[in-house]
Design a protein around this ligand. Sequence first.
Ligand code: HSX
Ligand code: HSX
Length: 208
Amino acid sequence: TVHVLPQTPQLIALLTIIRDKNTQRGDFIFYSNRIIRLLVEEGLNHLPVKEHEVTTPLGRTYAGVRFEGKICGVSIMRAGESMEQGLRDCCRSVRIGKILIQRDEDTSQPKLFYHKLPNDIAERWVLLLDPMNATGGSASMAVEVLKSKGVAEERILFLNLIASPEGLEHFASKFPKLRVITAFIDEGLDDKNYIVPGLGDFGDRHFG
Ligand code: HSX
Ligand code: HSX
């Protein structure tokens, strides 16, 4: 299932800054981090909670809830690493696994180079991080790695800034139980499978 963040003027203004080719790295990082933070908060909304009562300073009890279940982040390198800080801003000591997948820009086919994941990942909810979902090839390969480690599809939340309709369709048909949380759905892909209008190469703009 696909959840798109509410398209508020604020969010569109942030997006406009990071799409602008004249935006320099410092601003690109700062403003994309603000969007990433919203994605993380929305992702956390999908996690289970259980009842939890506290006493307020006024001596009254409050019947609230607390988070239940363990989480971890998994970033798809390189671009996904840019989302790790936004996750840590919300979950200070969160464990973060890495999967290095590179898309061959001539064939658009993803290639898996490396992965290192928390050893108890099968017991965790996984926030999978990659800012761009173009054909959906890279992220699906990452999901296959997670599934091979025993992570259930319904425990994966794929956090993503910009998705193409093609990439989302790919996911919905392949992994119907996986939740995708994206900030924007763009028009589509160009003949090199870049997202348009897009924002260029996220990794290049963030890391240089
Ligand atoms: C929990 O996992 C909390 O969000 C913490 O930030 C984090 C630390 O626990 P662990 O991963 O070290 O077990 O969900
Ligand atoms: C970019 O290409 C992104 O960060 C993703 O890792 C990947 C998206 O392309 P695709 O595999 O969805 O076509 O480096």
